[in-house]
Write a protein that binds this ligand. Structure first.
Ligand SMILES: NC(=O)c1ccc[n+]([C@@H]2O[C@H](COP(=O)([O-])OP(=O)(O)OC[C@H]3O[C@@H](n4cnc5c(N)ncnc54)[C@H](OP(=O)(O)O)[C@@H]3O)[C@@H](O)[C@H]2O)c1
Length: 320
């Protein structure tokens, strides 16, 4: 397993981060715990969750219910120090007017709820889940600074932010002498490369850590989907994930078959090929792998040290 500093911090994180959006949602507590323990055993020290992850994501009640954090909290009892724990705040967590967003009120309420669910007294990386256009950044950053000063949080990060939003936040933090976002969590994979335009060059220039989500395009880049109407029974698409539908178009199915040929030529599975491509992008600190079965962790760890040649990187660029 490779480890890197998260942005400009002194924190060492594994290049594979375990994503836990499946915990308590598509897989039960025992399966989730086994995957978590296996990941730690195989050298993964970086765990990503969110207050929002759990059954609430799929129910008629449109708010998070916290099962992923609860499962991690129970599983990590006595083992907390073995991991760097990242969670998030910002998506709706109840019916009330102030149960979502990045107001001071919501952040201060949610940090305490996350600490209780995770059974810990600190979060390593506390991330805002998405930009909140209805709250002044000054208010959000002041509240985040307070949770760091109180010892409840060690570093702050953001997710789904554009480069200009991080730049603006950094400027405010600088001016007001507040904690700065040390990392960003964007979507990035062979089928979704928009962040190469602005965000990745920005992060490299400013030393912002990049932990990318959906490196396998929610499973599309495993090759398990042959068409949009043909989801294997044990897949997320069959279990009702809506967002994966965005990947199901003719162009992507065509690209997947071309990437599969390249993977075969290099004697790795398509999942490993796609993950390894992400890990070979210099701006990327960690790829957050969404494992729902033990072999997903094993496959990811096995490939984590593969350094690509310039020729192979070029072969990907020549696919169109
Ligand atoms: N910040 C955000 O807004 C945001 C959004 C999305 C995700 N995330 C984070 O990022 C994490 C990862 O996202 P993701 O789950 O979309 O990532 P992903 O790695 O792109 O997709 C994971 C899915 O790919 C399939 N898979 C993984 N390894 C495989 C293998 N070796 N062989 C075959 N299939 C394999 C599995 O599908 P099946 O389960 O169908 O088998 C798995 O559920 C989440 O858990 C969460 O922590 C953050």
């Amino acid at each position: 397993m490779q480890y890197k500093k998260l942005g400009k911090t002194g924190l060492d994180v594994s290049s594979i981060c375990l994503g836990t959006m499946a915990f308590g949602r598509w897989i039960d507590e025992e399966a989730s715990r086994n995957i978590l323990y296996q990941a730690i055993e195989e050298g993964i020290n970086f765990i990503d969750t969110a207050n929002y992850y759990g059954k609430g994501q799929d129910t008629e009640v449109p708010y998070g219910t916290g099962e992923s954090e609860e499962i991690i909290g129970r599983a990590l009892k006595g083992r907390r120090e073995e991991v760097v724990l990242a969670t998030k705040v910002g998506i709706r967590m109840g019916h009330g007017k102030n149960e979502s967003g990045l107001s001071r009120s919501h952040i201060l309420k949610e940090i305490d709820r996350s600490l209780i669910r995770l059974q810990t007294d600190y979060i390593d990386v506390y991330q805002v889940h998405l930009f909140d256009p209805n709250t002044q950044l000054e208010e959000t950053l002041r509240a985040l600074d307070d949770v760091v000063r109180s010892g409840k949080v060690r570093y702050i990060g953001c997710s789904n932010y554009a480069a200009w939003q991080i730049m603006k936040a950094h400027g405010i933090s600088e001016k007001m002498n507040l904690e700065k976002y040390v990392s960003v969590q964007p979507q990035y994979n062979l089928l979704s490369r928009e962040i190469e335009q602005e965000l990745l060059p920005f992060c490299e220039s400013e030393g912002v850590g990049v932990m990318v989500y959906s490196p396998l395009a929610r499973g599309m880049l495993s090759g398990k989907y042959k068409s949009k109407d043909d989801a294997p029974l044990d897949s997320r698409a069959a279990k009702g994930e809506r967002l994966i539908q965005n990947y199901f178009n003719e162009r992507n199915f065509e690209l997947v078959s071309k990437y599969r040929e390249l993977a075969e030529k290099n004697e790795v599975s398509l999942s490993q090929f796609a993950l390894s491509w992400v890990l070979n992008q210099p701006a990327v600190t960690s790829a957050i792998v969404g494992a729902s079965k033990p072999y997903h962790v094993t496959d990811a760890v096995k490939i984590s040290g593969w350094k690509w040649s310039a020729e192979l990187l070029n072969e990907v660029e020549n696919i169109n």
